[in-house]
Write a protein that binds this ligand. Sequence first.
Ligand code: ZN
Length: 152
Amino acid sequence: MSGPTTTKVDVYRTADGRIFEVADPYYLASCDACGWVGSTELCGGGYWADDEDVYCPDCHRVGADIGKVAEAAKVVEVLQPDHATLTASQAAALKWLREHNGDGVFDRNGVLLAAGEMAPVMRSTWNALRDLGHVEFYLNNRRVRIVEQVAG
Ligand SMILES: [Zn+2]
């Protein structure tokens, strides 16, 4: 399985409502000739400075970096590296634990207790967070605590 992503992802919405996710350092491109839309990652050439190198991967026309569809698209969400690999329920579980001392104990039913409260989280979610390296189990898997991630 792949580890946590280290890449920021921009989520674009085009004027006609289509959603495209583009990972750093690429950006959204589109082709006025054939209608292709996508990340400049697919466009070949350099993505840094030389605009003439941004080809449409479908019809090979240059200038995809200044396509009208991409130009009109808006970034509607930015996925930060830490969250990019988490589902909504995983992110909520992690947030809950952070707000409850970052450390808890499982009861006999696998429900986590932390700071005197029961987490509204399934055991399988904690297992997934452990697999992703966000929490660790200790004391014979009876307790769980947050693993502080090294910023990268
Ligand atoms: Zn094209």
